[in-house]
Design a protein around this ligand. Structure first.
Ligand code: ADP
Ligand code: MG
Length: 469
């Protein structure tokens, strides 16, 4: 039987539910209504209703790829998604409370559907840049914490390959704006020099494409594609660690681009000298140009970011609420955005004004005690308790799968609390720091691919955050 809008959307929801956290499902997907499924001659169109403009923007920004993939699975590649966005008039400016408006917009088609780096044919290879339009310089708030990285990025975007900053390496912890800045360079270059060939890829994507090229005996095509790029942006190069063949290939590409004055921009989650498993000759090249770090945002920058983002969402927050969030969420910008969005969602659905009380309530589990006060020993205890194993076993040499799995999760949380790889290794039976790097990576991989595992990790995180030493 052909699908109706309701049946198609309910199938989509089943898939989505397996790929997002329950909290996120509740906030972002359970409030969507299917409106219509229209069949036209060569395509179909699914229209879904979302309750507010910021809801639509958030879905587009965070879940576009998931939605597109889900839709293709349920309704095939020829189906396009439309949002019907409901606009509820501001209660203060509108006396007629019943007048709701809505408008329809198509979802943007997902760039990652097209594999950028797989050579298509022997002729001129098409290159998709993988740039995301919304990451621009004007949306990036500058403060003491990111000033150097921002200025250098601007200089490079003004003159790619024409500054001494080649390569340019941005480093810093998660959620501090590395990807945003690198993408902003790409977006400006694309706008000002449309003929330049630009490519943004994560180091993992580079690795996967290279491995596929080997399997398909397409390495020469892979290499020649990269050698044509005017601006090559590689995100999160720490994931090249331990991948020797990929490093070798990247080393050759790097040299060739550098010699021809083509611009290379890289990012890493820590300073180059702390990246493990990368050959010395490649690491030293990373440092040839300029390195700039991103620090966690200071109070002024956090406040400015909150003001700007709430403005973007079309909502004005009382100063006391901005202040409350800026004082309590300090670690990174991604968390700051997450908190804001949670608050906006809560306010929209409960139809309450956003005041400090609501903010405190909505952000309860975002706002944690300073985490570094939790010792490694305490984290080990919590994780072992959760899995019902004896804490001593984490120190032992055993390679038993269940112990290794628990050890990796415990290491992952210690890392999340900002303990160094070395310090963690030492307290887990004197293990090498590369074991910790590997553990964190394994946990991250599983979080991305296994929803059950992700839920368990979320549950442990909740306990870690609630715990005291
Ligand atoms: P990273 O790559 O370092 O993990 P991202 O670039 O993905 O971090 O940034 C996380 C989120 O925070 C993104 O949505 C980004 O737009 C936003 N963000 C980070 N820094 C800033 C900033 N200085 N101004 C505005 N938004 C920012
Ligand atoms: Mg990033």
């Amino acid at each position: 039987m052909p699908h109706t809008a309701e049946s198609a959307w309910s199938e989509c929801l089943k898939i989505i539910q397996n790929n997002v956290t329950p909290q996120c499902f509740q906030t972002w997907f359970s409030k969507i209504d299917p409106v219509d499924l229209v069949f036209e001659s060569d395509r179909s169109k699914l229209i879904i209703r979302v309750p507010a403009p910021f809801h639509y923007e958030y879905l587009e920004g965070q879940y576009n790829s998931l939605l597109q993939k889900t839709l293709s699975r349920v309704l095939g590649d020829r189906c396009i998604l439309f949002y019907e966005v409901v606009v509820t008039p501001d209660a203060e400016t509108q006396t007629d409370h019943t007048s709701q408006r809505s408008y329809q917009v198509p979802a943007s088609t997902n760039p990652s559907k097209h594999v950028a780096t797989t050579p298509q044919s022997s002729g001129d290879q098409k290159i998709k840049s993988n740039l995301v339009d919304s990451y621009t310089f004007d949306k990036f708030i500058v403060g003491d914490c990111n000033n150097l990285a921002y200025s250098a990025s601007k200089a490079i975007a003004d003159s790619p390959g024409g500054t001494a900053y080649n390569p340019f390496l941005i480093y810093g912890g998660v959620g501090l704006g590395k990807t945003h800045l690198m993408q902003a360079i790409g977006n400006q270059v694309r706008q000002w020099n449309p003929s330049k060939k630009i490519l943004y890829v994560s180091s993992e994507r580079f690795t996967n494409d290279f491995v596929r090229a080997i399997q398909e005996k397409q390495v020469p095509k892979f290499s020649s594609l990269y050698r044509k790029i005017d601006l090559l942006i590689i995100d999160d190069v720490q994931f090249f660690g331990g991948k020797e063949k990929t490093q070798e290939e990247f080393f050759c590409i790097f040299n060739e681009l550098q010699q021809h004055g083509n611009q290379i921009v890289l990012s890493a989650d820590r300073p180059p000298k702390e990246i493990s498993g990368i050959e010395e000759r490649l690491l030293s090249r990373f440092c040839w140009g300029l390195q700039a770090d991103l620090q966690p945002p200071d109070l002024e920058t956090r406040t400015a970011i909150l003001l700007r983002k709430s403005e973007e969402y079309g909502l004005s927050l009382p100063p006391a609420v901005i202040d409350y969030i800026a004082h309590h969420i300090t670690k990174n910008v991604r968390e700051l955005e997450g908190a804001l969005v949670r608050l906006l969602a809560q306010a929209t659905y409960t139809h309450n004004d956003i005041n400090e009380e609501l903010a405190k309530n909505a952000l309860k589990d975002f706002i944690q005690r300073p985490l570094t006060t939790l010792s490694i020993d305490r984290v080990q205890k919590l994780v072992c308790e959760f899995f019902g194993i004896d804490q001593d076993r984490l120190q032992q040499k055993t390679k038993k799968r269940e112990v290794v799995a628990v050890r990796q999760i415990a290491m992952y949380f210690c890392r999340e609390l900002d303990y160094t790889h070395k310090a963690i290794g030492l307290q887990f039976g004197g293990r090498d720091h590369s074991t910790v790097v590997h553990a964190v990576k394994s946990v991250n991989d599983l979080i991305e691919t296994d929803p059950n595992y992700r839920n368990r990790v979320d549950e442990i995180r909740r306990r870690v955050h609630l715990s005291h030493d």
